[in-house]
Design a protein around this ligand. Structure first.
Ligand code: ADE
Ligand code: ZN
Length: 337
């Protein structure tokens, strides 16, 4: 095993950073999940921490999404959404994540009779509290579940427009293959026209073409994952030239079998090519860690230098949806570390 020196680990822990790719539902730790299942009297498939841990071994994205969807069933009240959001924010803040952009689903809950108000009230209360007590900022991104199709995504966008003051943007998540980005062109056009920032999962398991079409047809501001872009040199050139951010999730890629070993992750290659890449956790409760665990693991596997870590931290703020003056403040903070 490659030894990462202690100094480097401390450096990763202390550097200010942003997280840009995290699904709120993917942050529910097993202990919290069982407590919520009990409190809400849910007939839950998993009875013990061991049951849950055993289920956390995935063949692929589809396999994971089944377990992830089971996990969302423990949520019922605004207080539940408050509790999971607060736990994620506190954990991230303890890792010097000073700003985060969180995907939330509406579709999963609205179908079960949980109103969007319940989700927004609970989530927002936790965000407000962490902002007032710590100065941490969190933006919410409404994720459309691609397997539910474009019509449902459009209805979800309409629902999201009720919370224009609390939602910063929209994203595209869930099963990628078979649901190409162009299906969602109308939804993304409308989201952009109404002032939402836009991002899409692409090239996580799907081909480079999905990354290209997310950029050219959906006109997204950012790509989530984007690993498969490497298969198309013309696309790589465009991503570098236009500095289109890619939010990479190394531990997720290995857990879902999209990268066979961290040593073969293209993060360092992308960084060296001048791509605007950042490190994110995706679903930290399922894939073995939050931002720092991801950074430490990838630094170890790919022999990253302190200069690489600084670049990744800078990129995380540059790629965020923060206003320019806030980005400058954080970059200034990093320059003094
Ligand atoms: N939803 C939660 N995690 C996801 C992932 N890794 N890919 C697509 N959709 C997701
Ligand atoms: Zn994701």
């Amino acid at each position: 095993m490659n030894i990462l020196n202690k100094n480097m680990i401390e450096f990763i822990k202390k550097i200010p950073k942003a997280e840009l790719h995290i699904h709120l539902e993917g942050s529910i730790e097993p202990e919290m999940m069982l407590l919520l299942a009990q409190k809400n009297k849910i007939r839950f498939k998993y009875k013990t921490i061991e049951d849950l841990k055993k289920a956390y071994s995935f063949e692929d994205l589809r396999d994971f999404l089944y377990v992830y969807t089971q996990g969302t069933k423990v949520l019922k009240t605004a207080e539940d959404f408050y509790n999971i959001t607060k736990a994620y924010l506190e954990k991230s803040y303890s890792q010097n994540v000073l700003h985060t952009e969180i995907f939330i689903d509406f579709q999963t809950y609205v179908r079960r009779g949980i109103a969007s108000d319940v989700i927004m009230d609970g989530t927002w209360a936790a965000i407000k509290e962490m902002n007032e007590s710590k100065g941490m900022t969190a933006y919410l991104l409404l994720a459309f579940l691609r397997h539910l199709g474009a019509k449902s995504a459009m209805e979800t966008l309409e629902e999201g427009l009720k919370y224009k003051d609390k939602l910063t943007g929209v994203g595209l998540a869930s099963t990628e293959i078979g649901y190409p980005p162009e299906l969602f062109k109308e939804v993304f056009d409308k989201a952009r026209e109404t002032g939402f920032k836009t991002t899409a999962h692409a090239g996580e398991e799907g081909p480079a073409e999905y990354v290209r079409n997310s950029i050219e047809i959906l006109k997204v501001d950012r790509i989530d994952h984007g690993n498969k872009a490497m298969d198309d040199p013309g696309l790589v050139k465009m991503i570098v030239e236009r500095q289109i951010p890619l939010t990479l999730c190394p531990l997720s890629n290995v857990a879902l079998g999209n990268v066979n070993h961290l040593k073969n992750h293209t993060l360092k290659k992308k960084l060296d090519m001048g791509m605007l890449v950042s490190v994110n956790s995706d679903d930290p409760a399922y894939f073995g860690g939050y931002v720092n665990e991801n950074m430490i693991a990838v630094a170890r596997a790919l022999n990253l230098t302190k200069k690489d870590i600084v670049k990744l931290a800078q990129n995380s703020f540059i790629s965020s949806f923060l206003p320019e003056n806030k980005k400058k403040e954080y970059l200034e903070m990093i320059s003094h570390i």
